[in-house]
Design a protein around this ligand. Structure first.
Ligand code: FNR
Length: 399
């Protein structure tokens, strides 16, 4: 076994526990339900990120799986994020003695163990009863940042109490500024170190899987940061979930909202959902301290440009003044290296950690992050890069 393999393979009890979960029964919200999983769903222990998806699918109710997995309309943007990574190949260097690459990275003055962070995703108790608290614990153990969604199912304060690592708060600008202001104040009081303003969702995209499933919040899960009246999804109509999200977001979101937020808080504001150079420049001029190149994992405007394809122009526009992160379709260590070669300071991942959470709670997410870390290390070594600062466009070719 190579040194990398020994690190990829987690301890036997966890692998067995996860395999047991997968081959056992379908459950909902962390509780085991009666319906037996078809024998075809019996799966081996995961060895790569994509293995968590079928494992989670076997466990979760179809409508929850579809909510996580789906994109908007034709799901072209969702597929496009993955396809963009495949268009790049490495021009690897030889004889560089890069046997132990250093994955240490820095964003906004904070040091991280690797250039990977957990993206904000809503209502994680749908995947596992410990929800956001478990994902945050795993991020802390791995030495990376966790970004909590406005629409979380564990509150800003309860997540903060669950671990000690870097936590960022993602803000959906509410139609009433006072509500947004109170989220920001709570995040400051609870020790979050950045506000991530998501700007690609003035209203929810059309996710047709959710329309077909008439998806709404599962019983027992609620928006933990909202007050009683707003925290339950009670909307009736063809797409109750989207209706409910739309009640929490400002459809007229504009530059004045970003300026208001930057003026309101002393925390650094990172803008999430940037894909153009002109927008990147304007955000930085307005005072944004970081940018996340993202199309919301293909869940908003369909046929949106792939995140990786948008990255170079945003990096160039930022001109090294603020960190540029990327999310969307990151599934491999090599994907992360490609994004860093194109100038990203780091990446965020969404769906894979929700699947890992569903399968194994905090341990599942930890196992997934360990896999990713090993993949980055091995690929960096084979690429001939000893530290992240050695990653550059010179190591890539677009085919
Ligand atoms: C999201 N995403 C998201 N983004 C955000 O700013 N606030 C949110 O509440 C959510 N919620 C959410 C739920 C689910 C189920 C998914 C899959 C995604 C988008 C997320 O932060 C990120 O941009 C994408 O998930 C990245 O793409 P991948 O890694 O899922 O391909």
């Amino acid at each position: 076994m190579t040194p990398f393999m020994t690190r990829i393979l987690p301890s036997l009890p966890l692998r067995s526990a996860i395999t047991l979960h997968i081959t056992g029964t379908k459950r909902h919200n962390g509780r085991v339900a009666d319906s037996a999983v078809d024998s075809k769903a019996r799966l081996a222990a995961p060895v790569k990120l994509d293995d968590f998806e079928p494992a989670a699918r076997a466990l979760l109710p179809q409508s929850i799986y579809d909510y996580i997995a789906g994109g908007s309309e034709d799901e072209a943007a969702l597929r496009g994020n993955r396809e963009a990574f495949a268009r790049y190949r490495f021009r690897f260097k030889i004889l560089t003695s890069a046997e132990r690459p250093d994955l240490g990275s820095e964003v906004l003055g904070q040091r991280f163990q690797m250039p990977v962070h957990l993206a904000p995703t809503a209502i994680q108790r749908m995947a596992h009863q410990d929800g956001e608290a478990a994902a945050y614990r795993a991020a802390t153990d791995a030495g990376i940042a966790y970004c909590l969604s406005t629409l979380s199912s564990v509150s800003i304060e309860d997540v903060a109490a669950a671990a000690t690592g870097t936590r960022w708060f993602q803000l959906y600008m509410h139609p009433e500024r006072a509500v947004s202001a109170s989220f920001v104040e709570r995040a400051v009081d609870a020790g979050y170190s950045a506000i991530v303003l998501t700007v690609d969702l003035p209203q929810a995209g059309r996710r047709e899987r959710d329309v077909r499933n008439a998806f709404s919040l599962p019983a027992g899960v609620h928006y933990a940061n909202l007050d009683g009246r707003r925290s339950q999804a009670t909307a009736a109509g063809p797409d109750p979930f989207a209706q409910n999200v739309n009640a929490q977001t400002n459809p007229a979101l504009g530059w004045s909202d970003l300026e208001w937020l930057i003026g309101k808080t002393s925390l650094p504001v990172i803008v999430k959902g940037v894909v153009r150079a002109d927008d990147a420049r304007q955000a930085v001029e307005a005072g944004a301290r970081g940018l996340i190149v993202s199309n919301h994992g293909g869940r908003q405007l369909d046929y949106a440009i792939a995140s990786l394809d948008a990255l170079p122009e945003v990096v160039q526009a930022a001109g090294g003044t603020v960190p540029v992160l990327l999310d969307g379709g990151v599934r491999r260590g090599t994907d992360i290296l490609k994004a860093l070669c194109l100038g990203a300071s780091g990446v965020l991942i969404g769906r894979p950690y929700l699947y890992a959470l569903a399968v194994g709670g905090a341990d599942g997410v930890g196992m997934m992050l360990a896999m990713l870390r090993d993949e980055i290390e091995l690929s960096m070594s084979l690429l001939g890069a000893r530290r992240l600062s050695e990653l550059s466009q010179d190591l890539l070719v677009r085919i």
